[in-house]
Design a binder for this molecule. Structure first.
Ligand code: TXA
Ligand code: MG
Length: 360
């Protein structure tokens, strides 16, 4: 049985946090909101509890977890600072916040957390419930996203219930998360800092602090040993096949018009669309939409990258519920959090990207 408890995201009840913190110390699994997505937490220093996370999620054992801390000092108990001391300037500037740092790990961190790597991922989340839970537990908390492995990450407690009810002890429901995509993962173990996963903190913001930052290319060749184990799995994916449409709203609208014409007017092949307001206005009431069997989730205005990121995973889950034969998703500008949005879309699509051109 899973206990679902409502908490105020800004002023969580200390009694609830104390009880959930005690559950963590007892080796139980507690899902909790962060500013990015919901996490599935366990005592990071309890190897048995950590192994239960992998079981509950159906997560491959070679994909390591992020350890969540409530203070900067906690990091030095888990990890060695990088020689250049970059971690501290980054933590001062961006923590609490959607930035995960990879540092050389200390022996207290079990190989169950690091998947046997010599490094550990650490982050301080910007959420009262997450920070309160870590403090109440009195332990660092290992937490991946609280979804079944391979599913879109959860941005509401409802999503966690869908995936994990009956498999974990607690869900703290603090309402929808603010950022909507996961943290940026930054590897500080080499000479040059490398973004392994674009996320809630933008590349531009990191460059302001670090100067030079590399973005790990998204595609991993088969057989290659990936630098971040998470990179090799198909991710964030609904059941339905996804195709990403790149281009201007006019170009994307034209591509959708063509696809719908191919399918025909019967609506026997249900289709899901995740599209911008601009693209939708070129289809809606223009003789294309509404169409039978076509479900539309509005991403938002093209310039509103934050809003699009916030709605992304919920929209993919909702479109998937209608069991469509195909989901068409519009790519966004490759800047700010848009880089993370495009990265998640392309992973959901397993690389199927169509470059769309405007009609003459
Ligand atoms: O926003 C987030 O990061 C959320 C919330 C709950 O904090 N957590 C999250 O965890 O997204 P997860 O497990 O879904 O993704 C963690 C990513 C994976 O791609 C994993 O491979 C990578 O971080 N990672 C963890 N430890 C690593 C390490 N030592 N070296 C390289 N990559 C690591
Ligand atoms: Mg995840």
């Amino acid at each position: 049985r899973t206990r679902v408890v409502r908490v105020d995201p800004d002023r969580p009840d200390p009694a609830v946090l104390a009880e959930a913190g005690a559950a963590i110390r007892e080796g139980q699994l507690v899902a909790f909101p962060t500013e990015t997505v919901y996490g599935l937490g366990a005592d990071a220093l309890d190897e048995r509890a950590v192994r239960r996370i992998f079981e509950a999620k159906g997560r491959p054992a070679d994909n390591p977890l992020i350890v969540h801390v409530a203070t900067r000092e906690d990091v030095l108990r888990l990890a060695h600072p990088d020689p250049q001391g970059r971690w501290e300037s980054l933590a001062r500037r961006f923590w609490p916040g959607p930035l995960t740092l990879i540092l050389p790990s200390r022996p207290v961190v079990s190989p169950a957390v690091t998947a046997g790597l010599s490094t550990v991922a650490v982050r301080m989340p910007a959420h009262r419930v997450a920070l309160g839970l870590i403090e109440a537990a009195g332990r660092p908390i290992a937490a991946p996203s609280a979804n079944r492995s391979g599913r879109p990450s959860p941005s509401t407690a409802r999503h966690v219930i869908e995936d994990l009810a009956g498999r974990i002890e607690w869900i703290l429901d603090g309402g929808p998360t603010g950022v909507g995509v996961e943290s940026t993962v930054l590897d500080l173990t080499g000479d040059r800092p490398v973004v392994l996963r674009p996320g809630g903190l933008s590349l531009e913001q990191l460059q302001e602090t670090l100067g030079d930052v590399a973005l790990h290319r998204h595609e991993i060749d088969p057989g290659e040993v990936p630098r971040s184990p998470g990179l090799k799995y198909r991710h964030y994916a609904p059941e339905a096949p996804v195709v990403v449409l790149e281009g201007t709203p006019r170009a994307v609208a034209e591509a959708i018009r063509r696809r719908l014409a191919e399918i025909g007017p019967s609506g026997t092949t249900p289709l899901g669309l995740f599209v911008s307001d601009e693209t939708l206005s070129l289809l809606d009431g223009q003789g294309v939409l509404p169409a039978p069997g076509v479900r539309v989730k509005r991403a938002g205005a093209r310039h509103d990258l934050e809003g699009i990121a916030r709605r992304l995973f919920g929209a993919l889950r909702e479109l998937d519920r209608a069991r469509p034969a195909l989901i068409l998703a519009e790519a966004v500008d490759e800047r700010g959090i848009g880089i993370a949005v495009n990265n998640r879309l392309k992973k959901a699509a397993a690389g199927r990207v169509e470059r769309c051109v405007e009609p003459p």
